[in-house]
Design a protein around this ligand. Structure first.
Ligand SMILES: [Mg+2]
Length: 264
């Protein structure tokens, strides 16, 4: 039996599934944006820029994320540069987003062996990435740099869809690019609220990568909003969502798929 017997496609979450993430890596991207803006708005300091950024982000997130709508990152960076009195807020906002994306890509480091595993899997499965992130430039830069863009048939980021996982529009978007029915797509992700519940809502079997490395600040911030949405869905039995297996890291996936075939 070939390894493609049960699934036609495998879709991966990005952060803390394929690439380690966490507060330190996130800070690198945010610092690059704040430093760029501060330099143009002296004597405003980078720390002051960050405080304003966090206020704006908190307001946008409360408005959007609990409806599973992705934040408009360029819009809130523009609000940031305008509120700090930048001489050319539009130009500075674009420069800030570019700095953020480059630093984001630099903060992503693909663990050894993951590229080779994906290259082997790509001979039997259509592969995709489905990521929540309000700006996709850094993700696309990293996937290109690490050669993953060549083995992935679909790269879908919430910034470009307008919704965040677990919204079904995200899963529909990646499935549309891969062209196969949901029960033939294996979804691999680390977060219960966005990945496990999202795959379950979309009818895709799910492998959960655990434990999640990022946990702390980002995880709680975003998952809190998603949880708010979930808790308002009284007709959805989302608490029943379960992965078919939990793996400690994504490198164990290939072995698990082989075992699955042996056991039929
Ligand atoms: Mg993740």
């Amino acid at each position: 039996m070939s390894s493609s017997a049960r699934y036609d496609a495998i879709v991966f979450d990005l952060l803390d599934t394929l690439y380690p993430w966490g507060p330190d890596r996130y800070s690198q991207a945010l610092d690059a944006l704040c430093d760029t803006v501060a330099k143009a708005c002296a004597p405003v300091t980078s720390e002051e820029v960050k405080a304003v950024y966090v206020d704006i982000r908190t307001r946008y997130s409360a408005e959007n994320l609990s409806r599973l709508v992705e934040n408009d990152f360029p819009a809130f960076v523009l609000e940031l540069t305008a509120s700090l009195g930048a001489r050319e807020p539009g130009e500075l906002a674009r420069e800030g987003v570019r700095a953020y994306n480059s630093a984001f890509a630099a903060a992503l480091e693909l663990p050894g062996g993951v590229f080779d595993m994906l290259r082997r899997l790509s001979t039997s499965f259509n592969l995709g990435v489905l990521s929540n992130y309000p700006t996709s430039g850094g993700i696309r830069q990293a996937l290109q740099r690490d050669g993953l863009a060549n083995v992935l048939k679909a790269i879908v980021v919430s910034a470009e869809v307008g919704y965040i996982k677990p919204h079904p529009a995200m899963f529909r978007a990646v499935r549309g690019e891969l062209g196969c029915p949901p029960d033939r797509v294996l979804f691999v992700g680390d977060t219960f609220e966005s990945d496990v519940v999202g795959a379950w809502l979309a009818g895709m079997p799910c492998v959960r990568i655990t434990p999640s490395a990022s946990g702390v600040e980002q995880g709680q911030f975003f998952n809190g909003h998603i949880r708010k949405w979930l808790e308002s869905q009284t007709d959805l039995k989302w608490r029943d969502a379960k992965p078919i297996v939990e793996l400690e890291n994504v490198a164990q996936l290939e072995r698990w798929l082989e075992k699955l075939n042996v056991e039929g």
